[in-house]
Design a binder for this molecule. Structure first.
Ligand code: GDP
Length: 839
């Protein structure tokens, strides 16, 4: 250092004094101001040992100079001293700067390590999230595929097709996330590199900014890093939520979602308190394209529920029915109700006549068609004001089939027995039905107007079947009536009213209605119509209900007089309009609160019925099948398809059909239903070679066309009797024809000749009847048949003839049989095929 000018500031060689450039391993640089304490250089003046500050002004003062030292010498010494001092200071500053630099380097290394660790952690976190995300997707895809396989019968390849896509999407998301996680750091680095470069270049001309905390530096400092970390976290959360398939929403409420076997999408959304559109979207992501009004199975629904972060609570299938009001009525709520009466008895004993006569005693309403083909119910009021409800049933079919479905609608059975007849098979059947149902009976001894009526005989006859009427000392009420003259009808009605009082029939009219379907039909103009007998509660217009596998909302109520009414209380029969399908007789109608409940119950029942049928089909063992096949081999079946106007008719026809046949032939009703004959009926009929029977219904145009094309026979009937007769005749056609033998003659063998080329020929005398060439013959020896066959020749003298009369001689030879002897008898017979008929 040649510079000895004290005015010049001291500095570090080359660099700017007091500045240290920090450089960080990852590329950032920072210039830091270093405070170097300036030391005062004390140059002791000559002669002053304590030394005075070597002021610039003091130098070269000859008065303070030690003696004997020349000025020049003094100057030289001072300069040397100054130089030494300056060197000392310079070295100290250098040391300090070096120390600071080292310290900074240490600090920098520490930070670097921390940063590295942080980076590593972030990287690991990103990897973990990505892995989790992928695992989750994979798991979902697996579960979904599994469920799909289990639940959806025709497992669509969709989940497989969609899930990889979803997985890819998730991967893409995770990848983006990875980029996002690495992003800020990378850009930071780049920025820092640029900064460093620019700073390196602009070293000389950017002096003023150096050493100060610039905005750029501030952004790149630790503060900036913290911010980007938070942003990264937010990004990750967002991505995660996005992957979950729903929008970010703070603090979701986890709900327990009641989940039945099947659930309509809209209802599922309601229960989760989510938007239906979101649920549909979620389902779409799972590869299920469904609308809001479509039902989905519980397994799929459960996945959706989980996806929305709720909990699925499976409810047992039948639980859906629990919304049906089954509360026991308090005794105080119960009000008396009319009895429901069914008239039963043997055919032709006057059931229909009696029902008609009873109706006429009350309000006369012209019943179209009448007769047992119309099934319904009506109410009458007795002279004393009691109201009675009569069921108009075809024999016992409806009674039993309704009972079989658990709908017991009858309170009292009126057993009709004709006084001019006796207790007949169907009378006994009726008695058994009533007893089985635990329903009290009233015996109506009918046709007492007839001269040969013998009411007493009926009473004694009934004793044999454990029906003890009052006159015989029993408890069963009996009334002598005549449907023809009207005699005893009032008596009968009062007796029914009395019996009803004994039964103390009550119901609560103030609750959700429950009733039984007595009849159901598909009306062309009005749609499905069901006649319902309300059993408790009051059915009102607008009520939402479920009936069997159907549901609906009461659009209109029509009573037995054809009037529109607003409501129907206990024991009142009404026609209900507003069904979504045709129920079956015996189905129970229940009013429920909401349409969703009605739909759900109906859907559940439909599924349950389907399952039951499927289970019944699957339950047949191979042995059973073989046994059936064996049994079927000898039995010819006449398959038919029956469509009728009302359920009652259809049932009556099916039952009548089942009765036709014997152990050789039977009628099999492939399908029976209510409504017009449709194309699908024709399809089914064609497949089985069955005719289609339309009872008071017709085939629609497409069905007619299909029938013509496929050669399916459609037959229309309006009288069950005719239908039964025709089917019986048709079934008779399946009976094997009876082969009858007619003996047409006998001949006695007188001699036996041997004729070349022919063999043995018997010379006979026709003793009886006629011998015919084409007939069958038997050879009898001592009245024992030793051969049966045909003739080879029949000759009268030399000529071959067709027949030989009694008393004439002839020659006969057997086909392929030679053992004939004089004295043998030849029996000549003819076979005849006789058509048989089913009884
Ligand atoms: P169902 O098969 O039991 O419904 O019997 P119906 O009501 O069809 O009656 C059968 C036949 O008996 C019909 O010809 C009626 O006219 C006749 N009949 C029914 N009730 C009486 C009656 O009280 N007196 C007479 N003399 N005939 C009756």
């Amino acid at each position: 250092m040649s510079d000895t000018d004290g005015k010049k500031p001291l500095g570090l060689g080359g660099g700017r004094p007091g500045q240290v450039k920090q450089s960080f391993s990852h590329g950032r640089t920072k210039t830091v101001q270093v405070e170097t304490k300036r030391k005062r250089v004390v140059v002791p003046k000559p002669g002053t040992p304590s030394g005075k500050p070597a002021g610039s002004g003091g130098s070269g003062d000859p008065s303070r100079r030690p003696a004997g030292i020349s000025d020049a010498e003094m100057e030289r010494r001072l300069a040397a001293l100054r130089a030494a001092k300056a060197r000392e200071v310079e070295e100290a500053a250098q040391r300090a700067a070096d120390e600071a630099e080292r310290e900074r380097e240490r600090e920098e290394r520490r930070r670097e390590i921390e940063q590295k660790e942080r980076d590593e952690r972030e990287h690991q976190e990103a990897l973990r999230l990505k892995a989790e995300e992928e695992a989750r997707k994979l798991r979902e895809a697996e579960i979904r595929a599994q469920k799909k396989e289990e639940v959806r019968k025709p497992a669509p390849a969709r989940p497989a097709a969609v899930d990889p896509a979803a997985a890819q999407a998730a991967e893409a998301r995770a990848a983006t996330k990875g980029v996002a996680a690495a992003g800020p750091r990378k850009t930071d680095r780049e920025r820092e590199a640029q900064d460093r470069d620019s700073r390196g270049k602009g070293k000389g001309d950017d002096n003023r900014r150096s050493g100060k905390l610039s905005l750029n530096e501030a952004l790149n400092s630790e503060g900036g890093r913290t911010r980007s970390l938070a942003a990264m976290k937010r990004k990750q959360d967002k991505a995660r939520q996005k992957a979950m398939g729903y929008g970010a929403s703070a603090e979701k409420q986890v709900r327990d979602v009641q989940l039945p076997e099947t659930i309509v999408v809209q209802e599922l959304a309601n229960r989760m308190k989510e938007r239906a559109a979101d649920v549909v979207k979620a389902l779409m992501k799972m590869g299920m394209m469904v609308s809001m009004n479509q039902p989905i199975d519980a397994d799929t629904a459960e996945l959706v529920i989980e996806e929305f972060g709720h909990r699925a609570v499976r409810v047992s299938d039948a639980d859906v029915e629990q919304v049906i009001d089954t509360v026991q009525d308090a005794a105080s709520d119960l009000r008396p109700r009319p009895p429901i009466v069914t008239i039963m008895g043997h055919v032709d004993h006057g059931k229909t006549s009696l029902l008609d006569a009873i109706r006429k005693t009350s309000v006369v309403s012209g019943e179209a068609g009448g007769i047992t083909q119309h099934i319904g119910a009506y109410q009458v009021t007795t002279e004393r004001g009691s109201v009675l409800t009569f069921l108009d049933t075809p024999g016992h079919a409806a009674f039993t089939s309704m009972r079989a479905r658990g709908a017991q609608v009858t309170d009292i059975v009126v057993l009709v027995v004709a006084a001019d007849d006796a207790v007949m098979p169907q009378t006994v059947e009726a008695i058994n039905h009533a007893k089985a149902a635990g329903v009290p009976m009233i015996v109506a001894i009918n046709k007492v107007d007839k001269p040969d009526a013998n009411a007493q005989k009926v009473r004694t006859d009934l004793l044999q079947h454990e029906v003890v009427v009052e006159q015989m000392g029993g408890e069963v009420l009996d009334v002598e009536v005549s449907a023809k003259t009207g005699k005893g009808l009032d008596d009968l009605l009062e007796n029914i009213a009395l019996q009803s009082e004994i039964l103390d029939l009550k119901a609560n009219p103030d609750r959700a209605a429950m009733g039984a379907v007595i009849e159901a039909k598909l009306d062309v103009g009005r749609g499905p119509v069901a006649t319902v007998l309300v059993q408790h509660g009051t059915l009102k217009r607008g009520d939402i209900f479920v009936v069997g596998e159907q549901w609906g909302k009461v659009r209109a109520l029509i009573n037995d007089k054809g009037d529109r009414v607003d409501e129907a209380g206990p024991s009142v029969p009404v026609e209900v309009l507003g069904l979504n399908g045709t129920p079956e007789a015996g189905d129970v109608l229940n009013v429920v609160e909401t349409e969703a409940q009605a739909r759900e119950i109906a859907a559940y029942r439909e599924q349950a019925a389907k399952d039951k049928r499927a289970a019944a089909g699957a339950a047949t063992t191979l042995e059973q099948l073989m046994a059936r096949a064996k049994a079927d081999k000898d039995v010819s079946e006449l398959p038919i398809l029956v469509k009728a106007d009302v359920q009652g008719s259809a049932e009556a026809i099916v039952q009548a059909m089942e009765k036709i046949g014997n152990d050789e032939v039977r009628v099999r009703v492939l399908h029976s239903g209510v409504g017009a004959i449709t194309e699908s009926d024709i399809g089914l009929a064609e497949a089985s070679g069955a005719p289609v029977i339309g009872f008071n219904v017709r085939a629609n145009a497409p069905a007619r066309a299909a029938a013509n094309q496929k050669g399916v026979e459609i037959r229309y009937y309006s009288i069950i009797y005719d239908l039964v007769n025709d089917i019986r005749d048709a079934a008779s056609g399946l009976l094997k024809k009876e082969v009858r033998e007619n003996f047409i003659g006998y001949a006695e063998i007188k001699e036996v000749f041997k004729v070349s080329n022919v063999g043995k020929v018997a010379g006979c005398l026709v003793t009886e009847g006629i011998a015919r060439r084409s007939a069958g013959v038997r050879l009898l020896r001592d009245n024992v048949v030793i051969h049966e066959g045909t003739l080879k020749t029949l000759k009268r003298f030399k000529d071959e003839v067709k027949e030989v009369q009694s008393g004439q001689e002839c020659g006969m030879a057997f086909e392929a049989y030679d053992d004939i002897r004089p004295g043998d008898v030849i029996e000549i017979f003819e076979r005849e095929e006789v058509e048989r008929k089913l009884a």
